[in-house]
Design a protein around this ligand. Structure first.
Ligand SMILES: [Zn+2]
Length: 328
């Protein structure tokens, strides 16, 4: 199917709530319905076609396909959820909650919450495979009010993000508290298979890798050396510039608190970049068996208005100032 027909295909495939529900049942219950409370496989189906009841004598609980998923207890219809999954997973550089809200016909606040639920879901690892062959490792700094920000000192207003990229393979990125060896090395040991050829620059956090069972190629950035034969971190550099463009362009300056979720969204999109839009959508739906609570998203959302983008916060501050002047 050609790419430009994907949205049309999507709209035709999901004309109503029932079609979404059927699709979800097929995706999440590949071998028939399973009780989400006790995993029992013998269940009764009610006539309304939505509700089920567990047949286990010790359980007998009712459930739907949405029980224990990202869609549970949501006032937003499944069709809008599906469209949100589709829009978020197909906008390469990301989509703002303002735009998402407009496209779904819901408030910006509802769209913000929905998008963060989806990102939280994408953060959840369902299958783990350590990276191998040739893996580039590098760190970068994102967010913050000021331009610049170097390694270590001088980057106080920015958040360090660490990345590991298997050449022609999978990317793993995460927000880290700092870029010291004590932080980065255990992450590498956990995520990269022994015997892998690791490529990095000369940052001291990476200097002990060869004593941990890795082959280690170092390119000396300080000496203005960026590529020596096969030794470089150019693929990861490419991913960093995409990440920064997306954060600057759409999310302005996301708070540190939410940056890990934006990173998860970016990682998912990067790792599915060769899929068709429909395949990518199917992969997001497959991940939706996770219940996400308000508290998972943020602790103090009402207090700090963090659901607003930075620009909107500034507008509110301006309005506040004007209000004060008028009353004076
Ligand atoms: Zn049960």
């Amino acid at each position: 199917m050609p790419q430009n027909n994907d949205l049309l295909y999507f709209v035709e495939k999901f004309p109503d709530e029932l079609s979404c529900r059927k699709y979800l049942e097929n995706q999440l219950w590949k071998n028939g319905p399973v009780c989400p409370h006790c995993k029992h496989k013998k269940v009764y189906k009610y006539k309304d076609g939505r509700l089920y009841k567990c047949a286990s004598k010790t359980c007998r609980k009712q459930f739907q396909v949405t029980t224990g998923t990202i869609y549970q207890d949501s006032n937003i219809k499944l069709r809008k959820w599906f469209l949100a999954l589709y829009l978020i997973s197909t906008h390469k550089k990301g989509i703002s909650s303002v735009q998402l809200g407009k496209q779904l016909g819901i408030t910006q606040r509802a769209a913000w919450y929905m998008a963060h639920k989806i990102r939280y879901m994408l953060q959840n690892k369902t299958a783990f495979r350590p990276l191998s062959n040739v893996v580039e490792v590098d760190e970068t700094y994102v967010g913050g009010k000021f331009k610049g920000g170097k390694r270590g000192r001088g980057s106080e207003n920015k958040t360090p993000v660490f990345g590991m990229l298997e050449r022609k393979g999978k990317l793993i990125i995460m927000v880290v508290p700092n870029t010291r060896r004590v932080t980065l090395q255990p992450i590498i040991l956990q995520n990269v298979a022994k015997g892998t050829q690791i490529m990095s620059d000369e940052w001291w956090a990476y200097t002990k890798l060869s004593s941990h069972g890795y082959k280690h190629g170092v390119v000396k950035h300080k000496a203005k050396e960026y590529v020596r034969g096969d030794i470089h971190s150019n693929s990861l550099e490419g991913a960093w510039s995409l990440l920064k463009r997306s954060i600057r362009g759409i999310y302005h300056r996301p708070s540190r608190e939410h940056l890990d979720k934006y990173c998860a969204e970016f990682q998912f999109k990067y790792n599915t970049r060769n899929d068709t839009e429909i395949t990518r959508f199917t992969k997001t739906v497959a991940k939706s068996r996770i219940s996400v609570k308000y508290s998972n998203i943020t602790k103090n959302i009402a207090k700090n208005n963090s659901y607003l983008s930075t620009n909107e916060k500034e507008v509110q501050i301006q309005k506040g100032k004007r209000g004060n002047r008028n009353s004076n």
